[in-house]
Design a protein around this ligand. Structure first.
Ligand SMILES: NC(=O)c1ccc[n+]([C@@H]2O[C@H](COP(=O)([O-])OP(=O)(O)OC[C@H]3O[C@@H](n4cnc5c(N)ncnc54)[C@H](O)[C@@H]3O)[C@@H](O)[C@H]2O)c1
Ligand SMILES: [Zn+2]
Ligand SMILES: [Zn+2]
Length: 368
């Protein structure tokens, strides 16, 4: 069928064009896209910062929409279901089989190469294959995706579902870092470096988890104010406070139990470690491409028993975790709708610009 895509044919380019989409294979579904989130990982791919990305590519990996056709082997979804598309995984490696698809051995290929797990493509233009980012390519009015990462969303109207795109990546990443990885014990303290779309979700999740101190660190005063509305008990403007680590230690009476680094600034990984108390855990989720910090294993890590971990997609098993986040959303405890700015698909360039300048926290493209 003929579809409309925003395609990147060379580094930095993005143009809306017509293309052909092949029908779903046995385990796949055809989804009419209602809305599609813009994530910084799309921008990183478009601008050549993700080494595994190949062009031409249709980016977009936070699509929500309506199932219009199901493959012969799909038994989890039917025509008319509303779904949120999330990150792909192979389903057969030991990590996937152990319920950790975020650690799938095929992650780089399935996320970034543009090919599906059988090595074939679904979108083409005059005989040339276009890649589908994250096995979806959701900057398009229709996509084909494996049912494995199409998560049924129930009890939310189409008007509201438009706000939930980031469950597929950004919101899941922030909330999952807290709820799946840190699993805060009662009365613990948690720091979030970077109060963007991912960080705000982490703040909301820390409140859900009952953290007693939730500290948001950012350089934009408006974002820090908003973080307070979502549950931050304290905020630090890193432009105004000369020693952020000392300030966190002061607020937390010696160091935080947990820190989440989602600012996209690699150097802050070091602060995420330094601000912890003994046996603390630092989760780094925002590094793209090679990034290095220098740290002393002793005394910084070994003696204090620090856990320093990278994490993709919030350590989420999306078919389980996304419906849980939808329930928190419905209960008013996960208000990610307040982060959203809508743009028509045709205005995708403006959406990226506003994401880059920080004018919009979570731009979402609407398809009519
Ligand atoms: N690992 C994953 O699975 C995954 C998934 C989604 C996004 N990401 C990455 O997470 C990062 C955050 O994404 P986002 O959508 O929230 O981005 P964002 O731009 O909305 O948020 C980043 C925030 O960090 C703040 N910041 C910048 N410099 C800072 C500094 N020196 N100190 C403190 N704060 C600072 C910015 O003001 C901004 O509010 C991106 O790098 C993105 O690529 C990773
Ligand atoms: Zn796998
Ligand atoms: Zn993303």
């Amino acid at each position: 069928m003929e579809i409309k895509v925003a395609v990147t044919k060379e580094k930095g380019a993005l143009s809306i064009e017509k293309a052909q989409l092949s029908g779903p294979k046995a385990t796949e579904v055809l989804v009419k896209i209602i809305a599609s989130g813009v994530c910084h990982t799309d921008a990183a791919g478009i601008h050549g910062f993700i080494p595994w990305v190949k062009y031409p590519m249709v980016f977009g990996h936070e699509g929500v929409g309506i199932v219009e056709e199901v493959g012969s082997a799909v038994d989890s979804l039917k025509v008319g279901d509303r779904v949120g598309l999330t990150f792909p995984s192979c389903g057969v490696c030991s990590y996937c089989l152990n319920g950790a698809p975020y650690a799938c051995t095929q992650v780089n290929d399935l996320f970034f190469s543009g090919a599906y797990k059988d090595g074939t493509y679904r979108i083409s233009q005059k005989g040339t294959n276009l890649g589908s980012f994250f096995g979806q390519g959701a900057f398009a009015n229709y996509v084909v995706a494996d049912a494995r990462y199409a998560v049924k969303i129930e009890g939310v109207t189409d008007e509201k579902i438009k706000y939930l795109c980031s469950l597929g990546c950004g919101a899941q990443t922030g909330a999952g870092a807290v709820l799946n990885r840190c699993k805060p014990t009662p009365a613990s303290t948690l720091v979030v470096f970077g109060a963007g779309g991912v960080g705000m979700a982490a703040v909301m999740a820390a409140k859900i988890a009952g953290c007693i101190k939730i500290i948001a660190v950012d350089i934009v005063p408006e974002r820090l104010e908003l973080a307070k509305e979502f549950g931050a008990t304290d905020t630090i403007n890193a432009k105004e406070v000369s020693d952020v680590v000392a300030k966190i230690k002061e607020i937390t009476d010696g160091g935080a139990h947990y820190s989440i680094e989602v600012s996209g600034v690699p150097d802050l990984s070091l602060q995420a470690i330094q601000c912890l108390r003994r046996l603390g855990t630092a989760v780094v989720s925002s590094v793209t491409g090679p990034a290095e910090i220098s740290l002393a294993i002793e005394p910084m890590i070994m003696n204090p028993g620090i856990t320093f971990t990278g994490l993709v997609e919030g350590g989420s098993n999306p078919q389980v975790f996304i419906p849980q986040l939808v329930e928190y959303y419905k209960a008013g405890q996960f208000p990610i709708d307040r982060l959203v700015e809508f743009y028509q698909f045709e205005d995708i360039g403006k959406a990226f610009e506003d994401s880059h300048t920080g004018k919009a926290i979570k731009p979402i493209l609407i398809f009519d």
